[in-house]
Ligand binder design. Structure first.
Ligand code: MN
Length: 256
């Protein structure tokens, strides 16, 4: 069993080290992670410059790029083998609802999924690394269970783990993504030269945290596991949009 491990908080993040330790009993774990914190990087690839891969003293490899760069480079030439699994995390903070669209943690796993590999993204609910070892044990349990009882076909699982002790994390709920309110406003400040600068505001609070969602499960102390798909097609609206397109008036008709 060979596991490619990445994250978005950077190769020095405690969550990466904890997850590495937890996964090591399951097989050979190869780390390729970003040099810098890339939280919020989404699925971006670096196309404007070349990438360099460095090796840290502990053997972790790190890349001056995004999480997606890391997994992409690993799978398309850096590694001389195809890993059996791609794992991302443990992230410093939750990735639920629309967070999944912005998350670099989810993106690293998504890249593995796009290459047809079973892929897992792990995040702790609250920032600060509280109960990190317990979360790493849960991640181990989920990956170990998958190895023992694999599902057929490509799989992308987004896992959010409350910051609780291991004994309190035995309930796994399979969830759908909830929804958030729009993000809070940007924070406007003045830089030392008196010029305005803007910080992107906090993510909004949950708007749909009803039973069955990731928000609901984690709020009640459960580990939330959401299977993700990547097809963004809004199939239900296709007939309506087809009708709309059919009602168009061509420029030629308008001018006649
Ligand atoms: Mn992060």
């Amino acid at each position: 069993m060979r596991i490619l491990l990445s994250n978005d908080d950077g190769y020095l993040a405690p969550g990466l080290a904890a997850l590495y330790q937890a996964l090591t009993p399951l097989g050979e774990v190869v780390v390729v992670a970003p040099e810098q914190n890339c939280s919020g990087a989404s699925n971006s690839l670096t196309l404007s410059r070349p990438l360099t891969v460095y090796t840290a003293a502990n053997g972790f490899r790190y890349v001056n790029g995004t999480p997606t760069d890391c997994v992409h480079v690993a799978l398309t030439g850096l590694l001389d083998f195809v890993p059996d699994l791609v794992v991302s995390g443990l992230n410093n903070g939750q990735n639920m609802g629309e967070d999944t669209l912005y998350s670099g943690t989810v993106a690293a796993a998504t890249e593995g999924f796009l290459f047809g590999l079973p892929s897992f993204a792990f995040s702790q609910l609250n920032k600060g690394w509280g109960e990190l070892d317990a979360a790493a044990c849960v991640a181990h349990d989920i990956v170990a269970h998958y190895i023992a009882q694999p599902l057929s076909g490509p799989l992308l699982l987004n896992v959010n783990i409350p910051n609780r002790g291991y004994a309190e994390l035995q309930d796994w709920q399979i969830t759908r993504l909830g929804k958030r309110h729009p993000s809070q406003p940007v924070v406007r400040q003045l830089n030392p030269r008196g010029e305005p600068i803007y910080w992107v505001g906090q993510a909004g609070d949950a708007r749909d945290a009803s039973p069955g969602t990731d928000f609901h499960a984690t709020a009640h102390g459960s580990v939330s596991i959401t299977p993700l798909q990547l097809d963004l097609t809004h199939t239900r609206r296709m007939p309506e949009v087809s009708d709309w397109a059919a009602r168009r008036v061509s420029s030629a008709e308008m001018s006649s």
